[in-house]
Design a protein around this ligand. Structure first.
Ligand code: NDP
Length: 434
């Protein structure tokens, strides 16, 4: 805490991991006197830079850019870029730290990183977003590369931003390569990458339910967020016969007791991806309720999927979910449940799947995009989807390996943390004190 003042999100993420793995580390002689966890929490490198750009009025704007290169023990740094006014060093260090375990769990050779800026793409013209991205990449390009650090998208960084960033990289570096993932299909992107996090989340939920001989079919689901992860999680729920009751954004949530179907979801995609509008318009269009300034956790459901942002589901919300009979909470977002909320789920012994396992499908398909780029090859949609399913299955197996308790309850948090840790820790030890 003394070493990282003013970094609450980072400390929260470290504490969560440390709490579940310290006793494991102490029980394994090979980690004795290695200070392995102390080494892991220290980023290999942090780059902070100025991002000046000219807005449409000809006025100079200045933002702050970051790249946290957290761990390269098992592969080049890999992790998304977030453009949101709430971005701070603490937020990016927490995300980069989580990424260590998540990337390890995918089984693919990817180290961990995260980056971004306090730039807010909302309300900006395409021209302004392009100018910002070009300025951001003018500094970032010297720190990234297809064999060193491969950024991707995250909140506020979608197809449009990846396009502008890639264009500028190519221009400066003079090389068309796989330095970024999440590219368009026509220029090196992988099929299923936009869908991967949301689809992967539902594949993981299915794996969880299978342990009780159940499936998502016929279940009621509440989802927060209405961005990339939320949209494709909802799409897969609908495909698999579940009923999606809610979606939200930073202003409020909509509750549709009839369920959000494909047609309504198409409206959301257009509203959010093309019009950059508010979810409130869904309620007006389809005549259902909208709750300003609220999150959907008090709506009765079988499954809850927090898919918006960190710390969006607290202790009180968790109590309500349990009381209302929710059987499974799976995180599409990173660290959306507070530690107090997680404690409630574990105590009630309902299924709780942490983001580092449940939302790893996105980075997994990014890893597949890297492989396709290296081979100058492109797998079909069906091939990538099959690989994604198989990776989510494997992650579930790994969680069971260290997470299964004596009474049969699976503690996915412990399982994901230990499994993710072992591979990276052993690689670090094999590579010496570096
Ligand atoms: P998007 O930018 O596409 O969507 C984010 C959604 O969350 C929007 O609906 C947004 O509302 C809402 N939101 C953002 N910030 C807040 C906030 N502070 N309070 C309430 N709502 C908020 O991002 P993604 O869907 O890509 O990411 C969502 C989460 O999933 C993040 O935690 C991200 O790190 C995680 N994730 C994403 C992956 C990916 O592949 N995209 C991979 C793994 C994890 P509004 O529309 O009003 O902005």
């Amino acid at each position: 805490k003394k070493k990282n003042p003013g970094e609450p999100e980072f400390l929260q993420a470290v504490e969560e991991v440390a709490t579940s793995i310290i006793s494991f580390i102490e029980s394994e002689p090979r980690y004795k006197n290695t200070k392995i966890l102390e080494r892991m929490v220290e980023p290999e490198r942090v780059i902070i830079f100025r991002v000046p750009w000219l807005d449409d009025k000809g006025e100079v704007q200045v933002n702050r850019g970051f790249r946290v290169q957290m761990n390269s023990a098992i592969g080049p740094y890999k992790g998304g870029l977030r453009f949101h006014p709430s971005v701070t060093l603490s937020v990016l260090k927490f995300l980069a730290f989580e990424q260590i375990f998540k990337n390890s769990l995918t089984g693919l050779p990817m180290g961990a990183g995260k980056g971004g800026s306090d730039f807010d793409p909302k309300g900006k013209s395409d021209n302004e977003v392009m100018k910002f991205c070009q300025s951001f990449m003018t500094e970032l390009y010297r720190h990234v590369g297809e064999d060193t650090d491969i950024p991707a998208g995250d909140i506020g960084v979608g197809n449009r931003e990846i396009g502008f960033l890639f264009g500028q990289y190519k221009r400066i570096a003079g090389s068309f390569n796989g330095v970024l993932t999440g590219k368009g299909n026509e220029w090196g992107g992988s099929h299923i990458r936009p869908e991967a996090t949301g689809y992967g989340l539902i594949y993981f939920v299915d794996e969880i339910l299978k342990t009780k001989n159940e499936s998502i079919k016929g279940k009621t689901v509440i989802i927060s967020g209405s961005g990339n992860v939320a949209q494709y999680a909802a799409e897969k729920c609908i495909q698999n016969g579940a009923k999606v009751l809610t979606l939200s954004d930073s202003h409020g949530f909509v509750y549709d007791p009839n369920g959000i179907d494909n047609e309504k979801l198409a409206f959301i995609k257009h509203l959010k991806n093309d019009e950059h509008g508010s979810i409130k318009e869904y309620a007006t269009k389809f005549g259902c309720e909208y709750f300003e300034g609220e999150r959907p956790w008090r709506i009765k459901c079988d499954i809850a999927l927090p898919n918006a942002t960190q710390n969006e589901l607290n202790e009180e919300d968790a109590q309500l979910l349990v009381k209302n009979g929710c059987i499974c909470v799976a995180e599409g977002a990173n660290m959306p449940c507070t530690p107090e909320a997680v404690a409630i789920f574990l105590k009630a012994k309902i299924f709780y799947a942490p983001g580092k396992a449940a939302n790893a499908g996105g980075v997994a398909v990014s890893g597949l995009e890297m492989s396709q780029n290296s081979q100058r090859y492109s797998w079909t949609r069906a091939e990538v989807d099959m690989k994604l399913k198989s990776i989510m299955h494997e992650i579930h197996e790994q969680c069971m390996k260290y997470g299964k308790e004596a009474d049969g309850y699976i503690n996915y948090e412990r399982g994901a943390n230990i499994s993710g840790f072992v591979k990276v820790a052993d690689a670090m030890l094999a590579q010496g004190i570096v």
